[in-house]
Design a binder for this molecule. Structure first.
Ligand code: AMP
Ligand code: MG
Length: 437
């Protein structure tokens, strides 16, 4: 019964493929609207994951002085040459120095100072003999004054960490553009910095549209569903490094949408879900077009083929880029991965990159019925050094729980009718195999 019209529609759609954008073309267009944001100064602990907007120079040597790498005795290497377990070399212990102290005794031929890891090496000493290479344990009362037998020779410089070895005074320890990871945060602290100048995080307004939507926590009336997109997308914004600004739900009417858009105009970007695909109330598209510019694209991908992209006029010559994702929850999240996340990374000054991919052997086929790139929800596991991928079941884009089970998106290229079981596919990883529960 539906045979005729359906065939016709597919025929038309197949001719429309020429006007479809590839994922890469769409991403390039989207990214061209985003710029790296201005920098801000903030406490180093609040800047994890942000990009440094200054070169950081050490104002002093790190470590600031020669210091001991071991608990032991600071000596002159020449004093203990030839020392061995069978022929210990006796030294006179004249003092002790702990980390944080300044040695009050110098070391000369035949003399030792007891020293702890990190303590400054006393004047005259050029090596440290670790406790294990002395007879200290066999002496009844080892202490800071007395005698010690050294059981092993050490070369000059042994167990001494020279001043400036980690960073020399005046050295650039972190370059502009560095992503602040725990190590970078530690290095900032090591040069005495409590704050840093970093590219600011983007504020991303998130808006759901639809008369059927209900705020979680409220009661659910017949015919309604909860707004999951706002929350899934806001969480994705956070995970990508952005600061979500929840605008809530706009109804499919002029007043409601206008009011919500107003609230989002001071954000760095607006992400909406639903309301712009074919079959929606034209009013949504109309308003967005009137308030700026809006283009509706078809992207050669499944899910998330319909994509809206535009600019909202924010006044004063400013405009806010607007990414309009499809309404189905899986489409919204998959679309965000391909376009939203890279835009956020670009604004943060991070190298524009997608999630890392792995090559995995498919356990089951991925079918591609209409020459679009398929992003199939998949579970990647590792066995014997190789990755395998299976699908999470039914791939309809309304099944959000199927996304819960996935740790990656297995890709069947647009120009292949299928990727068969046993073939190798590229999987865009949302998490790593060990992170699946
Ligand atoms: P639309 O693009 O408005 O036609 O929406 C496509 C599908 O996504 C419909 O089934 C909507 O009910 C659903 N949908 C739209 N927005 C949301 C949302 N915020 N949360 C969950 N489902 C949604
Ligand atoms: Mg709708």
């Amino acid at each position: 019964m539906r045979g005729g019209p359906l065939v016709d529609r597919e025929h038309i759609e197949s001719h429309h493929h020429e006007q479809m954008l590839s994922v890469e073309e769409a991403r390039e267009r989207v990214l061209s609207f985003f710029r790296v944001l201005p920098a801000e100064r903030k406490p180093i602990m609040a800047a994890l994951g942000q990009v440094l907007a200054e070169d950081v120079v050490s104002g002093f040597d790190i470590p600031p002085m020669d210091n001991s790498a071991m608990d032991g005795y600071a000596v002159q290497a020449a004093s203990v040459s030839g020392a061995a377990p069978g022929s210990p070399r006796a030294l006179r212990v004249v003092g002790a120095v702990a980390a944080g102290q300044i040695p009050d005794r110098a070391v000369s031929e035949g003399v030792a100072v007891r020293i702890m890891t990190g303590a400054p090496v006393p004047q005259g000493a050029d090596a440290v003999v670790p406790f294990e290479d002395t007879d200290e344990a066999r002496r009844p009362a080892s202490g800071s004054i007395g005698e010690i037998g050294v059981l092993a020779a050490v070369p000059p410089g042994a167990n001494v960490r020279p001043a400036g070895q980690d960073a020399a005074k005046g050295e650039v320890v972190l370059r502009k553009g560095a992503v602040l990871r725990p190590a970078e945060v530690g290095v900032l602290a090591s040069v005495g910095r409590s704050d840093a100048v970093v590219v600011r995080r983007p504020r991303v307004a998130v808006l759901a549209t639809g008369d059927e939507l209900t705020e979680p926590g409220d009661g659910l009336a017949p015919g309604k569903i909860y707004d999951s997109n706002s929350y899934g997308l806001a969480a994705a914004v956070t995970q990508a490094g952005g600061l979500p600004l929840m605008l809530g739900i706009a109804r499919d009417d002029l007043h409601s949408l206008n009011a919500k858009i107003e609230e989002g105009l001071n954000a760095d970007a607006l992400i909406t879900s639903a309301g712009v695909s074919k079959g929606d109330y034209d009013i949504v598209k109309d308003i967005l077009m009137k308030r700026g510019a809006l283009e509706l694209w078809s992207v050669r991908m499944r899910p998330a083929k319909p994509l809206a992209f535009g600019r909202l006029d924010a006044g004063g010559g400013r405009s806010v880029p607007h990414l309009g994702l499809p309404g189905n929850p899986v489409s919204a999240l998959v679309g965000f991965e391909q376009f939203g996340r890279p835009a956020i990374r670009k604004m943060m000054g991070r190298p524009v990159s997608l999630r890392p991919s792995v090559q995995a052997v498919l356990d089951e086929p991925i079918y591609n019925t209409d020459s679009r790139r398929v992003y199939a929800r998949a579970v990647v596991t590792e066995a014997d050094g190789a990755y395998r991928a299976r699908l999470t079941g039914h791939q309809s884009s309304n099944l959000l729980t199927s996304m819960v089970r996935a740790n990656g998106l297995a890709i069947c290229p647009e120009d292949l009718p299928l990727k068969d079981a046993g073939e190798t596919v590229s999987v865009q990883m949302l998490d790593w195999p060990e992170e699946v529960f």
